[in-house]
Design a protein around this ligand. Structure first.
Ligand code: HAM
Length: 437
């Protein structure tokens, strides 16, 4: 008989895995709440057109796309950004500013599988719309950092690399490149860390060999790792755009410093991000050891809402993926062990006692307690063993003798003490006991 397996790159969440995922989602949600972000969601299946030429060639090549029964070209969402732009764009005038939204959702990309990369993964997305200045970046970098620190990670575990596509644009313009060539160079810079010189192959194929002096300038620029070095390099160039941009950089870094976040953030012009829509500051989070793929990525995309049919609306945001993040938590021993322990385990004498127990079991559950009992008749010894193994703090024992007296036995499984409890006091006593436990 044929056996069916999950498709390559797709994950199954057995209860223990699901508990881990819930833990991650819960803290992300809580952190977004603390920063005043509102949660939204949208369809998993979208018109293919939404991603064509908007997300960039790489994502476009990775789409899970097909034609539906109505002849529409559709794709499973590979990212949230175009979707959230559509949502915000459609109601931009009615939305209270600043628009600060987040979502936790599943995405699909037909990628080559590697550690921390799958074809189906979750992202926490957070975006701010309507804020043109670096105040939005301050808020988002702070949220990104806190979304990782909430789990016990520190600046020893991860850092955020901060860069700027605007600066790259102005710089390459100043070196005399036109827009198509600038985009070509940025594509090469994005791949440079991984492929070295080969990263320029695409550029060379399109525009011919790059001028040696210009290339040397580009390679020097992508090594820049501090604001001071940046200022030194830009001192040779004049222009309002560049000096205004440096002022934005200072504002951003001062804000992050005032929040106490400088230790998490590094200026690094080697980051430019592969997605086509970014227009300004861009950032990516990595583990300090440099062993894992990116934990998170984001940046400013001031033109996308309008390109997708909405009004002109500046925007900036980021997404954290759950796969590399879970690997990092596991590696640092920060993923809690999840045991689904009940509060109460009911030990039941026989079929007659079972019916008496059912009344209490349901009342306890309705009062919000986690209650377990054996589904079928078992010897007392086996039930006590099961109660101990379940991790419950207390057992209620429904024996024929007790029920005849109108009581149940209440056993404290930690103290190993026991007493009789009148039936009508079960819920109140359990509540008091667990509140004090
Ligand atoms: P991205 O860099 O493509 O950005 O993805 C963000 C994060 O999602 C990555 O750093 C990684 O953790 C995770 N991720 C991406 N692809 C995969 C995969 N195949 N398997 C596992 N994890 C993956 C974006 O998606 C932008 N839309 C982020 C954004 C939001 N920009 C502005 N707002």
């Amino acid at each position: 008989m044929a056996t069916f397996q999950t498709l390559p790159g797709f994950r199954e969440f057995y209860p223990e895995d699901f508990a881990r995922r819930n833990h991650i989602f819960r803290l992300w949600r809580q952190t977004a709440g603390a920063f005043g972000f509102a949660e939204y969601d949208a369809p998993v299946l979208e018109p293919l057109e939404l991603y064509k030429a908007k997300s960039g060639d790489e994502i476009e090549a990775q789409l899970f796309s097909f034609t539906d029964k109505g002849g529409r070209d559709v794709a499973l969402r590979p990212e949230m950004t175009p979707t959230v732009c559509r949502l915000v764009g459609a109601k931009a005038n009615a939305l209270k500013r600043p628009i600060k939204w987040f979502s936790i959702a599943e995405f699909y990309r037909y990628e080559r599988m590697q550690k921390g990369r799958g074809r189906c993964f979750n992202q926490f997305n957070a975006d701010i719309f309507g804020e043109p200045g670096p105040e939005a970046e301050i808020e988002l970098v702070a949220l990104l950092v806190q979304c990782l620190c909430a789990f016990g990670l520190t600046e020893q575990d991860f850092y955020v690399r901060l860069s700027d596509r605007n600066l790259w644009f102005y710089y390459l313009e100043a070196l005399g490149l036109d827009e198509p060539r600038i985009r070509g160079v940025l594509g090469a810079v994005d791949k440079y860390e991984k492929y070295g010189d080969d990263a320029f192959t695409g550029y060379t194929e399109q525009f011919g060999a790059i001028d040696g002096a210009i290339k040397a300038k580009i390679l020097a620029f992508l090594q820049i790792k501090s604001l001071a070095a940046l200022e030194r390099e830009l001192a040779a160039f004049s222009g309002e755009k560049l000096s205004a941009r440096l002022a934005d950089w200072k504002k951003l870094l001062r804000g992050l410093d005032a929040m106490g976040l400088t230790r998490f953030v590094e200026v690094d012009l080697g980051v430019v991000r592969g997605l086509a829509y970014y227009t300004g500051f861009v950032f990516e989070a990595f583990d300090r050891k440099g062993e894992l793929r990116a934990l998170a990525g984001g940046g400013r995309y001031d033109d996308l809402v309008q390109k997708l049919g909405g009004p002109a609306l500046p925007a900036v945001g980021f997404a954290i993926g759950d796969m590399t993040f879970a690997l990092l938590l596991e590696e640092r021993g920060l993923m809690p062990k999840f045991v689904q322990a009940p509060d109460v385990y009911c030990v039941i004498g026989g079929e007659a006692e079972r019916l008496a127990a059912f009344g209490d079991i349901h009342a306890l559950r309705a009062a919000g307690f986690r209650v377990e009992y054996p589904m079928k008749e078992l010897a007392f010894g086996k039930q006590f063993k099961a109660a101990a193994e379940s991790g419950a703090k207390l057992a209620l024992i429904y024996g024929a003798d007790e029920l005849a007296k109108g009581v149940v036995k209440f056993r404290d499984l930690t103290e190993r003490s026991e007493r009789d409890l009148p039936r009508d006091q079960v819920v109140a006593t359990v509540r008091d006991f667990l509140a004090g436990a």
